[in-house]
Design a protein around this ligand. Structure first.
Ligand code: PEP
Ligand code: MG
Length: 605
C-alpha cells in the first residue's frame, strides 16, 4: 500500500500538482538540503535490487557483457589460486559457472530480458530468480542445493555490474544519498564527493550512520516509510532533518521556502562562529569544558580549530572497520600518534575497541539474535586479550612523546570487568616499559583510565568504581537505549527512544551527584551533549565536560554563553518534575524560544 501510494505520489507530481506530499521518517541529523537523490546499492545482493527499466538498451547489453567477461576472469583467477591447495573436483564449480555464463545459457536469457527493456541488474535478477525457483522445487537434494550456487553466481555478476557502474556513474556535483540501509561506511565513502544529506529506509536517529551525519553536519532522515527507491533515483528532493521529512520533486513555492531556511542556517553558522575561540562560560561565571568526539570520519585536522579544549571521545573502531584485517600494533601506533600529536597541548581520551551491536568488522563476523545485548565492547576485548593488549600497547607507544593520552573503557557493566581491564593495561604497560629504552631516567607514561557509563547496572556501583578509575564519561546514547529497553537502531520504536525521558534525566542527575560525592571528574559524550536543551540540563546538573562533534562546539558554546547558570538550574528543577518525555521536550523547547535560542532547534532563527 505504502509503495503504491509513494508511486502515486511521484506520478501525481509529474502531473504538475500544486502540492508536494511529505514522506515521513525520523530526524537523524538536523539541517536541510535541496539536491537530487543518488541511489546507492549496498554490497551485491540481488534481493535488494529495485526493478528498473533501461534508458538505453545498447548500453545495458554492453554493461552486462563487460560484467560477464570480468566474472569469467575472476573465476579463472580464483581457480588458479586454489589449484595448488585443492586437489579434488571442487574446482569444477568454476567451470560450471563459466558454462552457465555462455551466450547460449544464462547470458542469452539475460540479454532477452534486456531486450524487453529492463536494465542489466533487473534483467539479471529476473533470470536468476527464475532459476532459483526451478532448482529449489527439485526433488533431488543435490540439485536443490545448486540453487545457492546460482544465487552466488548472480550476486557475483551483480557485484561486477555495480563495480563497473560505480566507476562509470557520474556522481552529481551535489546529491542526497539514499539507500535501503545507509551504513556508516557508505557515508564515509561519499562524504568527499558532494554529499549534502542522507535518506535511509532503515535505521534511526541513533544508528551510527546518523551519528556520522551529525558529525559531518549533514541533514539525515532515517527509517523512512517504504518508498520505491528505484523510481526516486536522480529526482530533485528536499530533506528536512529537523522534522524528518522528505519531499520528492518539490514545487517552486516549497523550494523557495527551503532555500530561505538554508540561507538562515548559513547565517546562524556564521553568527555562532564569533564565539568559537572564546571560553565556554555562562554570563554568571559557570564554566563547562567542551570537547570533541572524533574518530568517526577520517580527517580530524579540520577539528583542531573548532574551539574545543581536547578530545573527549576518540572512537577507535572506525579504523578497524575500514580494514580487511585487524590493524597491526605498528599501524595502530602510527594512527594514534597522529591523533595525539595533532592535539599536543590537550588531553585525548581514546576509547578501546567498541565493536558489536551495529558496528561489525568484516573480518570478525558476530551473528547474534540480540547484538546490542550480546558480545559487544569490553566483553569482546576481554574475551580476546590479545586484541586488547595490542591496542593498549599501540596507544602507550603512540603516547611516549606527547603524553596526553587517557584510556576509556566502553560497555562496562560490572566491577570485575574494570579490574580485568586495568590488570591488562598494567601488563601492557609493564611489558612495554621493559621493551622500550628510555634515556635520562624517563619512564613510560601511565595514562589516566576511565569508564563509560552506558549500562544501567553501573549507576548503582559508582562508589566502588570511583575507587578504581580516574574519570567517568556517560555514553547517553547507549544509556538511554539500555535504561528504556529501546533498540537505538530500530525505526519502529524510535519514537519512544528519548534522552529526555524522566527516567534518563533522573539517572543522569544521580550520576552527577554521585560523581561529585566521590570527587570524580564527569563528562558526557553521547549525542545529548550537542543538543542545546541537553547541554543546558547537563550544565545545571554539574557535569564538568561535554564532548560532541566539531560542528556543534560553537553552537553549544553560544548557548552556554547566553544562559545564566541559575536560569539553567531553574529550568532543570522544573524539567525534573514532568512525568513523560514529550512534556519535558515541549517545556525545554518553550524555554529555548523564551531565551531566543529557538533557531537552534529548528531551521532559521
Ligand atoms: C554512547 O553510547 O553514548 C557513545 C558515546 O558511544 P557510541 O555512540 O559509540 O556507542
Ligand atoms: Mg556507546
Amino acid at each position: 500500500m505504502a509503495n503504491a501510494e509513494a508511486t502515486g505520489l511521484i506520478a501525481q507530481h509529474q502531473g504538475n500538482s500544486q502540492w508536494t506530499k511529505a514522506i515521513q521518517g525520523a530526524s537523524g541529523s538536523s539541517g536541510v538540503a535541496l539536491a537530487p537523490l543518488l541511489l546507492v546499492q549496498p554490497n551485491a545482493d540481488l534481493a535488494a535490487i529495485a526493478m528498473t527499466k533501461a534508458s538505453n538498451i545498447l548500453v545495458e547489453h554492453k554493461r552486462f557483457e563487460e560484467a560477464v567477461s570480468k566474472t569469467r576472469t575472476d573465476f579463472d583467477q580464483m581457480a588458479d589460486k586454489l589449484e595448488s591447495i585443492i586437489f579434488d573436483n571442487s574446482l569444477d564449480i568454476f567451470e560450471m559457472y563459466k558454462q552457465l555464463l555462455n551466450k547460449d545459457n544464462l547470458g542469452r536469457e539475460v540479454a532477452e530480458k534486456i531486450d524487453e527493456s529492463w536494465n542489466a541488474e533487473s534483467a539479471l535478477k529476473l533470470v536468476i530468480d527464475a532459476y532459483v525457483i526451478q532448482f529449489e522445487s527439485l526433488e533431488d537434494n543435490y540439485l536443490r542445493e545448486r540453487a545457492s550456487d546460482i544465487k552466488d553466481l548472480g550476486n557475483r555478476l551483480l557485484f561486477n555490474l555495480q563495480a563497473l557502474s560505480l566507476v562509470k556513474e557520474i556522481i552529481p556535483e551535489k546529491f542526497i544519498l539514499v539507500a535501503e540501509d545507509v551504513t556508516a561506511s557508505m557515508v564515509a565513502e561519499y562524504q568527499h564527493l558532494g554529499l549534502r544529506g542522507i535518506v535511509s529506509l532503515q535505521g534511526s536517529n541513533n544508528s551510527h550512520a546518523a551519528i556520522l551525519a551529525r558529525a559531518l553536519a549533514l541533514p539525515a532522515v532515517m527509517g523512512i516509510e517504504r518508498i520505491p527507491l528505484g523510481k526516486l533515483d536522480k529526482h530533485l528532493c528536499i530533506i528536512d532533518g529537523y522534522s524528518g521529512e522528505l519531499f520528492v520533486d518539490p514545487n517552486e513555492a516549497l523550494i523557495r521556502e527551503y532555500e530561505h531556511l538554508i540561507a538562515e542556517e548559513t547565517a546562524l553558522a556564521v553568527k555562532v562562529k564569533e564565539v568559537e575561540q572564546l571560553p565556554s562560560i555562562t554570563p554568571d561565571g559557570k564554566e563547562i569544558e567542551l570537547l570533541l568526539n572524533a574518530g568517526l570520519s577520517s580527517g580530524f585536522e579540520h577539528s583542531k580549530n573548532s574551539g574545543a579544549t581536547g578530545i573527549g571521545l576518540y572512537r577507535t573502531e572506525i579504523p578497524f572497520m575500514s580494514k580487511s584485517y585487524f590493524p597491526s600494533e605498528l599501524e595502530q601506533t602510527s594512527l594514534y600518534r597522529q591523533v595525539l600529536e595533532a592535539f599536543p597541548e590537550q588531553l585525548v581520551t581514546m576509547r578501546t575497541l567498541d565493536v558489536g551491536g551495529d558496528k561489525s568488522l568484516p573480518y570478525f563476523p558476530i551473528n547474534e539474535d540480540n547484538p546490542f545485548l550480546g558480545w559487544r565492547g569490553i566483553r569482546i576485548t576481554l574475551d580476546h586479550p590479545e586484541i586488547f593488549l595490542l591496542q593498549i600497547r599501540a596507544m602507550l607507544r603512540a603516547n611516549v612523546n606527547s603524553q596526553n593520552l587517557e584510556i576509556m573503557l566502553p560497555m562496562i557493566s560490572s566491577v570485575a570487568e574494570v579490574d580485568e581491564a586495568i590488570r591488562l593495561i598494567n601488563q601492557a604497560h609493564f611489558e612495554l616499559s621493559s621493551e622500550l629504552e628510555f634515556s635520562n631516567n624517563k619512564t613510560l607514561a601511565r595514562p589516566r583510565i576511565g569508564i563509560m557509563i552506558e549500562v544501567p547496572s553501573v549507576i548503582f556501583q559508582l562508589a566502588d568504581l570511583a575507587k578504581k578509575v580516574d574519570f567517568f564519561s556517560v555514553g547517553s546514547n547507549d544509556l538511554t537505549q539500555y535504561l528504556l529497553a529501546v533498540d537505538r537502531n530500530n525505526a519502529r520504536v524510535a519514537s519512544i527512544y528519548s534522552s529526555y525521558h524522566p527516567a534518563v534525566l533522573k539517572a543522569l542527575h544521580l550520576i552527577a551527584q554521585e560523581s561529585k560525592k566521590h570527587a570524580i571528574p564527569l563528562s558526557l559524550c553521547g549525542e545529548l551533549a550537542s543538543e542545546p536543551a541537553g547541554a543546558l540540563l547537563l550544565l545545571a546538573m554539574g557535569y564538568d565536560k561535554l564532548s560532541m562533534n566539531p560542528h556543534n562546539i560553537s553552537r553549544i558554546k553560544w548557548v552556554i554563553r547566553h544562559v545564566e547558570f541559575k536560569i539553567a538550574q531553574t529550568i532543570l528543577s522544573k524539567a525534573l518534575t514532568f512525568s513523560n518525555a514529550k512534556q519535558v521536550h515541549s517545556y525545554l523547547n518553550e524555554q529555548l524560544e523564551l531565551l531566543e535560542l529557538g533557531g537552534f532547534v529548528r531551521a532559521g532563527m
